[in-house]
Design a protein around this ligand. Structure first.
Ligand code: MN
Length: 214
């Protein structure tokens, strides 16, 4: 069962068998809330920039078999671009059972590339790096609704369609400053960080160092 618009195609519970993707995927997901153990994964958006459409899977509660989604996400040859990868990777890890590899995080890239600012939200990066204003109007919306509205789905596209372009811009900035290796080294840690998050260390700053008081 699918629904669509010029910008997206919506599928229920899995991608169809014959759907193929390019090698660089921009991915985002929407959940019921911010607690991974309580708030289920509702929607997964994938945009590869090849056919110009965002392909989205809406999951019914408890229905996470999704063999085609899992096959795509566990392909280590596909690069996966996220804004705040650690968040989406937790939900994908918990609900789909896959700890993603070969991940690029735009939030980390922005913090490494744009040290002249504290503004690293998705809207900030898209606005200042690409000149694109992304609306966050539908952020607090019921993603668990059985019938998602066109406004919700159209908004969901905006969270993935600019990620390839943002990556290119931030990478050029990091190359210019000799910082690219730092960012890619941090991306490689992400699967390990997410494994620790899901095993219960998510709220601890394991890299922090606090000088003990005498
Ligand atoms: Mn989103």
């Amino acid at each position: 069962m699918t629904a669509g618009s010029p910008r997206y195609v919506l599928y229920k519970n899995d991608f169809p068998d014959d759907l193929t993707f390019g090698d660089v995927l921009a991915i985002d997901s929407e959940f019921m809330g911010l607690n991974v153990w309580r708030d289920r994964l509702c929607l997964l958006q994938v945009y590869d920039g090849v056919d110009g459409k965002t392909h989205m899977v809406q999951f019914d509660r408890g229905n996470f078999d999704a063999p085609n989604v899992k096959k795509l996400l566990s392909d280590p040859k596909k690069e996966k671009i996220f804004y705040f990868a650690r968040g989406d990777m937790r939900w994908i890890g918990h609900y789909l059972g896959i700890i993603l590899e070969n991940v690029y995080c735009l939030k980390i890239a922005s913090r490494i590339a744009r040290t002249y600012t504290q503004q690293h939200e998705l809207q900030d990066v898209s606005h200042h790096v690409l000149g694109v204003k992304i609306s966050k109007e539908q952020q607090c919306t019921d993603w668990g609704a059985p019938d998602l509205s066109h406004a919700q789905l159209d908004y969901a596209c905006n969270d993935v369609v600019y990620l390839h372009a943002m990556k290119e811009k931030l990478n050029a900035m990091m190359v210019n400053e000799g910082r690219l290796d730092i960012a890619y080294g941090l991306f490689k840690c992400l699967p390990h960080v997410v494994r620790a998050d899901l095993a219960g260390w998510g709220n601890e700053d394991l890299f922090g160092y606090h000088v003990p008081r005498p």
